[in-house]
Write a protein that binds this ligand. Structure first.
Ligand SMILES: Nc1ncnc2c1ncn2[C@@H]1O[C@H](COP(=O)(O)OP(=O)(O)OP(=O)(O)O)[C@@H](O)[C@H]1O
Length: 223
């Protein structure tokens, strides 16, 4: 059973007159098997929340715990290992390498990380995501929804416990958005992952196990 906990997390950028409180006293908890949505308007602090959850930024005050250990108490090396092995990021820009085929995108991850899915599990995942017939294609031959599914598959390739997704449906129409979010929900439920999706897309609200809202850096559970 994995968990991710924010305890009174505040994030401040800048100092003096340019001081900006991006997150204020955030308390949050996610557990395995949950799809959690974090909604809020542009500039409310969603990306800041996600990057702190993934250990890419540190809080100014408060603690973030992953499986009950405080991220900041880990060494630099342990933090890097945690990010590489336990966390999969899905970014809005897909981050696909343009000159590599879908299949080669995974091989690139192979070079960077050690612990990967078995071939059989990978085949299952690609089949679930409808990607088997796209393995030889390049990113510019894929639709937005297909690119998003490749980015999700790549994030899952190392079998992380946590998937952190930033606006994964931003470029998609309602139908495709629903498919991507249902897929993430299935992954959370069937593979027992913690999946956190930040979005301004309120169409997705009813699909999640829990919904939090951030407004002006303040977070509350709304569903
Ligand atoms: N490195 C930084 N330095 C200074 N201010 C920052 C920094 N990163 C974010 N901010 C500010 O913090 C606020 C929250 O930004 P954040 O990117 O988390 O919002 P968001 O909800 O993800 O917005 P969007 O939906 O537009 O991506 C914004 O006002 C932003 O300008």
């Amino acid at each position: 059973m994995s968990n991710l906990i924010f305890e009174s997390v505040t994030k401040v950028f800048g100092e003096g007159s340019s001081k900006y409180v991006a997150l204020e006293n955030i308390n949050f908890k996610a557990e395995s098997g949950q799809l959690i949505l974090v909604v809020g308007p542009s500039g409310s602090g969603k990306t800041t929340f996600l990057t702190i959850a993934g250990g890419l930024q540190t809080p100014t005050e408060g603690d973030v715990k992953i499986n009950d250990s405080t991220i900041k108490s880990l060494s630099e090396k342990q933090q890097t290992k945690l990010r590489l092995e336990k966390i999969g990021f899905v970014l809005q820009s897909y981050n696909l390498v343009p000159f590599l085929t879908v299949e080669e995108q995974f091989k690139l991850v192979d070079k960077l990380k050690k612990q990967n899915l078995t071939e059989q599990k990978m085949h299952e995942l690609l089949s679930d995501l409808g990607l088997l017939e796209l393995l030889k294609k390049y990113p510019n031959q894929l639709s937005g929804g297909q690119k998003q599914r490749v980015a999700i598959a790549r994030a899952l390739y190392t079998d992380p416990d946590y998937i952190l997704a930033d606006e994964p449906t931003a470029a998609l129409d309602t139908d495709r958005s629903m498919k991507v979010i249902e897929l993430l929900r299935d992954l959370a439920h069937k593979r027992n992952k913690i999946i956190i999706v930040v979005t301004h897309d309120l169409r997705l609200k009813n699909t999640a196990d829990k919904v939090y809202q951030i407004i002006d850096g303040k977070m509350q559970m709304i569903n």
